[in-house]
Design a protein around this ligand. Sequence first.
Ligand code: HSE
Length: 303
Amino acid sequence: KEIKLFCPATIANLSCGFDVLGLCLDNAGDEMIVRKVDQKGVRITKIVGADLPLETEKNVSGVAALAMLEAYERDFSAIAIGIEIEIYKNIKAGSGIGSSAASSAGAVFGINELLGRPYSRKDLVQFAMQGEKLASGNAHADNVAPALLGGFTLVRSYDPLDIIRIDSPEELYATVVHPQIELKTSDARSVLKQNVSLKSAIMQWGNVGGLVAGLYTKDYELIGRSLHDEIVEPLRSVLIPGFDQIKKTAYENGALGSGISGSGPSIFALSRGKETADQIAKAMSEVYEKMNLPYEIHVSKIN
Ligand code: HSE
């Protein structure tokens, strides 16, 4: 018994929503095969496209799978089962579009299907978060939640975990450019300050509310006005080559908003309609071509 999965890339934070907002891309991601076998335990049998550890405890898919099976045996008084995982990576590690989340979410989603769906998709988030903890030292859920639930998601609370799926308008597209450098989430987190001023916090929660309201009411202008980050972007953007120019180019070519994708170095822009998203992709490409910097670019519907 096996299942073949598409494990989508995701954009976390969306400027104002550090560690709480995320969205799912529909055409960028990895593939994975999850198989139920007789030999008990979790084994990663194959990884193609990336140099990642096969040892279960050192692999984000393995750790997420172990967390889930441990809970499954406890919650359902089930006997131990055996799982094999094959991973075909397309999303580069340290790219800022949820590479570790795709692998963590894929593993637990696949196992859940093979077991007859004992858990809801929201339940699965807590297991996938263990993979994120291994990857970055922090069990953030803003990539694994959209990878598992699709669309836009909000982590309303971490303790207790409360994940909300947010409606979004049909014509919303994302353009994501990845300058080909690797930026580890743990490094991009180490530049952050542990305290924020009340003034910045007021702007940030105003924008989070504005973005969520804009998504529900299909108010593209409001979505655009709310894509602003007072707290994290100023500290991280210096780590990303050409950041200011790419962002400026995105706005000049019709983006509703633009910012760092997850912990970077990828940069995203949201726009209304595919034509604008394609135009932004072209303009962003020209910026990195002029800088002689290799890049990868995706235009994706939010799904
Ligand atoms: N919220 C996380 C961070 C996402 O920005 O560190 C990492 O992809």
